[in-house]
Design a protein around this ligand. Sequence first.
Ligand code: PLP
Length: 495
Amino acid sequence: MKRISASFLPPIALDSRRKIPLYSQLYEWFRRAILDGQLRPGQRVPSTRALAAELKVSRIPVSSAYEQLQAEGYLETFIGAGTCVIRSIPDDASKPAPGKMRDASRQASQSQSPRRVSRRVTLMRVPAQTWSNKLVAFRVSLPALEHFPSGVWSKLVNRHSRRPTRQLMAYGDAMGYMPLREAIAEYLGAVRAVRCEPSQILVTTGSQLGLQLSAQVLLDPNDRVWIEEPGYPGARHALMSAGAQLVPVPVDYEGLNVAEGIRRARSARAVYITPSHQYPLGVTMTATRRMQLLNWVARSGAWIIEDDYDSEYRLGGRPIPSLQGLDAGARVIYVGTFSKVMFPALRLGYVVVPKDLVDAFSTARDATDQFSSTLYQAVMTDFILEGHFARHIRRMRVLYMERRTALVEAVRKQIGDKLEVIGAEAGMHLVALLPAGVSDVAVSKKAAELGISAMPLSSCYLKPPAKGGLILGYGGTDAQQIHDGVRKLRVSICP
Ligand SMILES: Cc1ncc(COP(=O)(O)O)c(C=O)c1O
């Protein structure tokens, strides 16, 4: 225990055996002494050198404590006159000490009634998740990670990180790295019939940011937006976080029911849609419905947010061209991602923005998180330009076709009397409808207990559906896991 003479300051007790660092003990001592009036407003305090010598400690903790006290307005320094207690005590002087703050936050987290957060976030709360999100059989949105060409990828990462250019290390363009934008524009033009120039491509950290930015740029609070019922919960959240009012529009075997949408909300500001491969049902929107939708937006001035999240994996027949490519009125915002074709943790995606909205999207991106990692954008560019991307997609298409066939076959043989498979023509998942009256939530809970993931179809509905089902991902589920997983599914459905 060290003491300083009372003739100058009240005694300061510092204990180097305590876990609290010396600078915190000193800071706390001065703060208390000022608030309690032991140190008077305007009173000079010793210099850091003198106090350190007095306490027989190094100057570092004393300087740190003084800096903190100055930053918080308890002390002030005058050139030539040294450091003094502030003449008027700061407004927040009654702020509780850190220890008390910890107690307060513990009490708050234990209190029964939840504290107030924004209405938007409250509305976004979803019922407790009953299905497993572990990387196990049938996990949705999980690609075959073990087949990713990591050797090639790591060489490309090394190439760029060994001697990074200044451009790679400095702040980048909010719209993204131009060589990648050029590569994406060319790829989308060739494969998805998207009509755009590289200047219209905004590189994102995945579709989710694309949806978030679209909502931010296009919508004002309380604007009505059609969403697919059932639909992608992530899109609902992005739209709700912009304060949108969601209008669920049913999806049938032709895709979104446009006539019903018009009946429910003719003057909606926007529509969120997955036309190539409806999430989660897997339906492809028919040409007639596409034209109906484009005609409605042309008349009403609404926007279309087209989410083309896994269009690369059309397992039978040729890819369906995008809605963006059909639209003559530049009313489509096209959102895509590399999460499924590469790997989700890469966090790279893109938005194709109508020309007149480029500035607005760029500003919104800048305000959100500025831009995506330039290093990975550069690596991704080489991965595309050197042909690895197209090769990987081709290989995965064959693999996913095999996995889909194995899953459909195993379900048919083992639980064909209980499950009706739909939406197995594209992507990395299918839907298996349960018999009427069987709760998909209960089945998903049981499946999670057995170590498999079976996402309930009802989690994609705003209103409870007439029939439940299971969304089964097969992209990241190999033959052995499919075999064992279907057996466990049968037990979950008929215990
Ligand atoms: C329909 C749909 N859109 C978007 C996404 C989001 O993907 P990302 O990882 O690019 O944010 C997913 C992910 O599962 C999805 O299923």
